[in-house]
Design a binder for this molecule. Structure first.
Ligand code: NAP
Length: 287
């Protein structure tokens, strides 16, 4: 429980130790001199509905939700249009009722805006790798910015086809084997798979065919500089990394809970990057 004069929010997950949200939000609380707290809450799936039902009684003005609760959070709250379209909620707040949104959408877009200003003037054709929850947030964001054609490649082709059914004619489902051929006219390449993440398989890709004006975005942020981002930098392409998205997606929740819109600064980025460094350096498990 929290003292009555202190606003508190939390991240709810199972497990939740890995979450960098407390580091980000507590940095902003301190930076803005706000008497608030942001905590981790480890809640198993069977207890999630009860926990959410008692969120206000526990002293919370809202919460972030992470794996595996994002779909349940959607079902147990009043979601906005983007959370509904993405099929998952990651940010909750009280406004008479418990409302929810999905801030991965704006995290992805604002990071691109910061890394490649005015990118949406030139991108009519994007290639998206992956068809999970993060890919849905990327698609929703790209469509709202007017991207005309999004080629979705996924290991499990049926999941890419499903996204075509959900999001309509701008989506073209393609098979993983078509990756190399799709790159030639891609103005934006986005990795929304887990490939390239520490302890996961690498993303086998050759960026030589990407146009020289193309932008490369990777949602993976452990390590911060993924092999995909490193390869794109070597080619001199504009890049947007997963850490930037992680930081930008946190802004809205903070504003909703604590009444101040915080900034993503180089100092905050350096703080989180330093915290991620040991995790990125860990050796992958021997299989
Ligand atoms: P998810 O729903 O589990 O989807 C995982 C995706 O990766 C699926 O498309 C899956 O393909 C693909 N995949 C997994 N292993 C693969 C392999 N060996 N070969 C080819 N494809 C493989 O996960 P998610 O929530 O969408 O997250 C995806 C990534 O985005 C994660 O790395 C996550 O950390 C990152 N993310 C970052 C942010 C941020 O703020 N930076 C936010 C959200 C997510 P199948 O469909 O064939 O299984």
């Amino acid at each position: 429980m929290t003292a009555a004069n202190v606003r508190a929010a939390c991240v709810i997950g199972w497990p939740v130790e890995h979450s960098r949200s407390p580091l980000i939000h507590n940095y902003w609380l301190k930076h803005h001199g706000i008497a608030g707290e942001y905590r981790r809450e480890a809640v198993p799936p069977d207890d999630f509905a009860d926990f959410l039902g008692s969120l206000a009684a526990r002293g919370y003005v809202g919460a972030n939700v992470t794996v595996p609760h994002k779909e349940a959070a959607l079902a147990l709250s009043e979601p906005d249009e983007r959370a509904r379209a993405v099929g998952a909620a990651n940010t909750l707040w009280f406004d008479g009722v418990l409302r929810s949104t999905n801030t991965d959408v704006e995290g992805f877009l604002r990071n691109l805006d910061a890394c490649a200003p005015k990118w949406d003037r030139d991108v009519s054709n994007a290639v998206l790798l992956g068809a999970g929850g993060a890919a849905r947030a990327v698609i929703y964001g790209l469509i709202t910015r007017g991207v005309g054609r999004i080629v979705v490649l996924n290991r499990t082709f049926g999941r890419a086809e499903l996204l075509q059914q959900i999001f309509g004619a701008r989506i073209q489902a393609a098979r993983w084997e078509e990756l190399y051929s799709t790159l030639a006219d891609a103005a934006l390449l986005v990795n929304a798979t887990t490939l390239g993440m520490r302890s996961k398989p690498q993303l086998a890709i050759n960026l030589a065919r990407l146009p020289s004006q193309a932008i490369v975005a990777d949602l993976v942020y452990v390590p911060v500089e993924t092999p995909l981002i490193a390869q794109a930098k070597r080619r001199g392409l504009r890049c947007a990394d997963g850490l930037g998205m992680l930081l930008h997606q946190a802004v809205r929740g903070f504003a909703l809970w604590f009444g101040t819109t915080p900034e993503v600064t180089p100092e905050l980025r350096a703080l989180v990057e330093a915290d991620l460094a040991p995790a990125a350096a860990e050796r992958p498990p021997v299989t």
